[in-house]
Design a protein around this ligand. Sequence first.
Ligand code: NDP
Ligand code: 8X3
Length: 253
Amino acid sequence: MSLTVFITGATAGFGEAMARRMVADGHRVIATGRRQERLDALAAALGDALLPVRLDVTDTHAVSALPESLPEPWREIDVLVANAGLALGLTPAWQADPSDWERMIATNIGGVTGLVRALLPGMVARDGGHVITLGSIAGHYPYPGGHVYGATKAFVAQFVRNLKADLVGTGVRVTNIEPGLVGGSEFSNVRFGDDEKAAAVYRNADPLLPEDIAEAVAWVVGLPRRVNINSIEMMPTTQAPSALTIKRREAKS
Ligand code: NDP
Ligand code: 8X3
């Protein structure tokens, strides 16, 4: 069955890999992101099965105008992949740039809630659909410098659990995919603004790849309608949740 799949952040990384995989699997994809030249390149590569739409997920007006702002044949969206997101910085909380925190909250939280609120009514009315979010292991396991990024992903995890509570009894499914270390995307380049530092994150780590995340999306989407995968936590074989830490020092009286 051919589905209409709406993907945020399809200009790079996971979103681009998902767009390619969904089209290869016979689905139609609405690919969104802010970089028009990347959307044009994807459209040129994937042809009529892909509709490129420039969208900043923090633009609340553009998001709330969906799906009516889309061309008529593309308005009945079967699958929303709320993938666009970012981490900025890895410094301790007290050194972090407050504007970085605001941007992560606006994108990783506001960008997800806005899209869900815009597209969910149509899914419920049609008694079918699937909301897929990109959480992270950072939403479960704390690490130094993870502060607001991890907290936004914890929000996503609980938002999805609460959506499930509302959607039970409808034909709409909801899944949170929570990867660990994934290379081959721009995630660390964006986080550090430094390509050398970004490359070092993955050196000799054999990380997951964007295609592995696309595989998980393809799997949950292709399951029978009776099956709802609530969440998937996935890590490379080389990664594990960090151990608890104790730093010993003289107590101050
Ligand atoms: P990339 O940086 O490679 O891709 C991020 C995508 O999000 C780009 O297409 C970018 O497009 C888009 N984006 C960013 N901000 C906005 C915005 N305001 N409006 C619209 N689009 C936006 O990252 P990944 O593919 O690695 O990450 C995808 C998701 O997975 C994120 O939510 C991330 O937090 C999460 N994740 C990543 C992990 C990793 O290790 N890589 C692990 C776990 C979760 P453009 O700039 O063109 O707008
Ligand atoms: C991305 C994975 O561990 O860098 O969400 O936060 S991590």
